[in-house]
Design a protein around this ligand. Sequence first.
Ligand SMILES: Cc1cc2nc3c(=O)[nH]c(=O)nc-3n(C[C@H](O)[C@H](O)[C@H](O)COP(=O)(O)OP(=O)(O)OC[C@H]3O[C@@H](n4cnc5c(N)ncnc54)[C@H](O)[C@@H]3O)c2cc1C
Length: 865
Amino acid sequence: VMFYRLLSIVGRQRASPGWQNWSSARNSASAAEAHSMALPTQAQVVICGGGIMGTSVAYHLSKMGWKDIVLLEQGRLAAGSTRLCAGILSTARHLTIEQKMADYSNKLYHQLEQETGIQTGYTRTGSIFLAQTQDRLISLKRINARLNVIGIPSEIISPKKVAELHHLLNVHDLVGAMHVPEDAVVSSADVALALASAASQNGVQIYDRTSVLHVMVKKGQVTGVETDKGQIECQYFVNCAGQWAYELGLSNEEPVSIPLHACEHFYLLTRPLETPLQSSTPTIVDADGRIYIRNWQGGILSGGFEKNPKPIFTEGKNQLEIQNLQEDWDHFEPLLSSLLRRMPELETLEIMKLVNCPETFTPDMRCIMGESPAVQGYFVLAGMNSAGLSFGGGAGKYLAEWMVHGYPSENVWELDLKRFGALQSSRTFLRHRVMEVMPLMYDLKVPRWDFQTGRQLRTSPLYDRLDAQGARWMEKHGFERPKYFVPPDKDLLALEQSKTFYKPDWFDIVESEVKCCKEAVCVIDMSSFTKFEITSTGDQALEVLQYLFSNDLDVPVGHIVHTGMLNEGGGYENDCSIARLNKRSFFMISPTDQQVHCWAWLKKHMPEDSNLLLEDVTWKYTGTGASVSRGCSTNERFPQEMSVGYANGIRVMSMTHTGEPGFMLYIPIEYALHVYNEVMSVGQKYGIRNAGYYALRSLRIEKFFAFWGQDINNLTTPLECGRESRVKLEKGMDFIGRDALLLQKQNGVYKRLTMFILDDHDTDLDLWPWWGEPIYRNGQYVGKTTSSAYSYSLERHVCLGFVHNFSEDTREEQVVTADFINRGEYEIDIAGYRFQAKAKLYPVASLFTQKRRKDDMELSDLHGK
Ligand SMILES: Cc1cc2nc3c(=O)[nH]c(=O)nc-3n(C[C@H](O)[C@H](O)[C@H](O)COP(=O)(O)OP(=O)(O)OC[C@H]3O[C@@H](n4cnc5c(N)ncnc54)[C@H](O)[C@@H]3O)c2cc1C
């Protein structure tokens, strides 16, 4: 087979491993021979792209036993971004799922040479992350705490220790650093070749010089691919086309949106130092200086993430292989200056070249994986934000698991393609956003930071009105949502610059909004929530929903049910409220970022029936939440639809997302401003005011309300959240996930959502918990916080998080009982400082003093007991 010949050429050329050798090997391989191979006409899976992603998916699918796999590469294997990768494998990532992917990659690449006989240049160097400021050090300490609990060794070290580990570094401006000793460097192209070689030995057929033109789709399902060498029928297609993934996605008749965009990415290479650097010299990340530095053949390789990136277009026809783009020394100059400040001795060293190669970035700095919501069998793994080598092994494994088992073994929602919709795919949006994203790679990110570009895309009809009243905005799924409202007397500039891990400047503002929600009347614009209507001519809607949702929806017209949309494992695919509008019609309210995922799930599971209609009505209704503590009794039974002012057809529902007494108004969009004005005018005598999402967050967390996407996900079940009463287990009705829940009920749960109230924490002086902080029980790590907020009622910080029970000997998970939770002494680790905390399995009763009807509780107590 051509591929083996290609490998043997590479093998012969490889005196010392590295991309340079690969480059020359690539040139000497004969292209003509590859063309002589005839493509198969059928396969189970066609993978497009022979970079690190495509080869990793092929490797893992074949390891998992899939046989009929074809990998197509338009040029030569590993000749895309993978060829010019700087080769740094770094596990110190912000998200736990990213840390796990990188950790797996590290272990996989470590043994790949032994497995395949192909040299990959794997060298364990360790990495040192420098901190020039105290805030940067806090950020590193937070990452350090999270790395340690998943078994990745790392420690915070002093500048002196940095100098000992890397003698060329100027450490005078440093306040500390994080050392990750098991990080490595490796030749990315050789890793891809090794993965391809192993895959090929497991039966994967690899064809280079073969371009995928488009994917064939019938009835929303992949049926094959059209290539420049003919067609291949297939059930699955995997788009691993790197910077070409966006174009390729759009080339189908049924387009697949894959929001990514490439920017030029630079690094320089020097000649070896007079005393060549040892191959084990640690890699340096000086994020405040915007640069990374590693040993390269006794000299230096140094690149970075500049403030003014250069997006590039690859419009139209694919280039065959990425050429080394033009050197641009003027552009690189700030990074070069930064390098010379950090390593003054380099001043006299000869620079060999400036490498320039495109790399793809995504709208939220996270990679993209998963199945298309529009086309079944169309999978994607792309958009690596300059960490493709680090993620390659783990990402390929999770995607392969997803294809083979239907789910990856970890929750990958943060990376799921379905977190995006077509709305994030406009070229202008992507170009603007990636120009912000690339510098953000090294910017210090404090809690609750927001993107500045691509804003005001989706807005509520109340946007201008709220903006004029001081609303400060955050964005979710393209939608502007008010965070809080700045009173006229507050110094706006200071507030905008309030960037801290400590008590934020908006503390008092949010306090007064929370107080108003509790003591008077507050209005929160919640238009961004996803809203669907499901209607049928007969009983089909009820029947389908009863099967797809875990709670009983056969309730009287006008009632709302809080319910989960579960998968076969009993995990939450969605957590939502469903109102019965009439006998045959239901109104479903889901989290904002569920718009694409939930739609795809329903479409996949609903029968083809022209008498059953699913409609996305998000854009038709403005959602306004009102927390009402006086002036209006929430014991009143609201009519299903009512008039407000001149406007008819306002849907009123006895539910809130704050846990305070109140209701939601769903207002046809054209009446939104009118109704808002009416409500504000009538509410004046009750002290009405606007509130934002930060107030809502504080209120919901202190009431122990878990939110999907933050606290719960597709790997957490209702029983693990204490929500058994919201599941129709005893009613003898079948629904997705029922068997898994029955088993769990019998065997017990292995984790339990718990609320923690910090005891010895000084709100003014101590670092705040935000999310992701390790939880310790009797000194042992048991889980991480999923969200936290300051409770103005309890005057304490409240965190939510799952408690596990790891066996002390084997670290295996054991059953978690209420007794296990209650008997523990807890601490929350905030950036290395541990604070005592009280664990609770039920909300604090005094926060629910207001007497409410049973069904009001039902509607607003989203957590339940
Ligand atoms: C300068 C630079 C330095 C980097 N340094 C690091 C680092 O130190 N550490 C790290 O973790 N990451 C690093 N990265 C990022 C990493 O290299 C990339 O994220 C990774 O290589 C992307 O792999 P990929 O397989 O997605 O894309 P690619 O390697 O670009 O592979 C995509 C492949 O798909 C093929 N293809 C596209 N369209 C078609 C089609 N229609 N038909 C057939 N084939 C097609 C292409 O020819 C290409 O070979 C760096 C990137 C750059 C540019």
